[in-house]
Design a protein around this ligand. Structure first.
Ligand code: HEC
Length: 135
């Protein structure tokens, strides 16, 4: 029984993974490259550094959540447009309040780079570990 259920889960996971890989429209959903577990491409690494400077004190060192929500979870739920709007305009909700970042040129300029790092976290491509810049 148990083995059967595991097999079905494995098979569905494989189907999902396979479907994901073969759909070209999803290509843009992977704006990062992770090698050796924690090595990021230059843009995603820049994103991590910006994230660490401006966001980590509320969302945790690696986005795992603190007074602000876990962004590795959030980015599997909200769209990129919602991410951009939320960061630009700020958000007050059931969890608390985040200031708007539109007057911070570093954050606005690094929006895509931070998204790349957080998306890598959301996809589980990199875990709750200190990233390095790939050589
Ligand atoms: C002062 C603390 C604080 C800082 C700093 C902060 N945030 Fe937030 N952020 C929050 C809180 C609190 C929420 C949740 C608001 C709510 O929905 O109640 C939030 C929500 C969000 C959300 C929406 C999550 C969702 O599931 O809807 C995103 C995306 C986000 N923050 C990204 C960032 C980024 C990127 C930065 C750095 C540029 C940042 N935050 C800096 C406190 C902060």
């Amino acid at each position: 029984m148990k083995l059967n259920k595991n097999f079905i889960m494995l098979a569905s996971a494989a189907t999902l993974a396979f479907g994901f890989v073969t759909l070209p429209s999803y290509a843009d959903d992977k704006p990062y490259t992770v090698t050796n577990g924690n090595e990021l491409d230059a843009d995603s690494y820049k994103g991590f550094k910006l994230y660490r400077n401006w966001c980590a004190r509320c969302h945790g060192t690696y986005g795992q959540g603190m007074v602000g929500p876990n962004l590795a979870d959030s980015l599997n739920v909200i769209s990129k447009d919602e991410y951009i709007t939320t960061v630009t305009e700020g958000k007050t909700g059931s969890i608390g309040s985040m200031p708007a970042w539109k007057s911070n040129p570093e954050v606005i300029k690094g929006m895509d780079q931070m998204y790349a790092y957080l998306k890598a976290r959301a996809d589980g491509a990199i875990g709750v570990v200190k990233p390095k810049k790939a050589k």
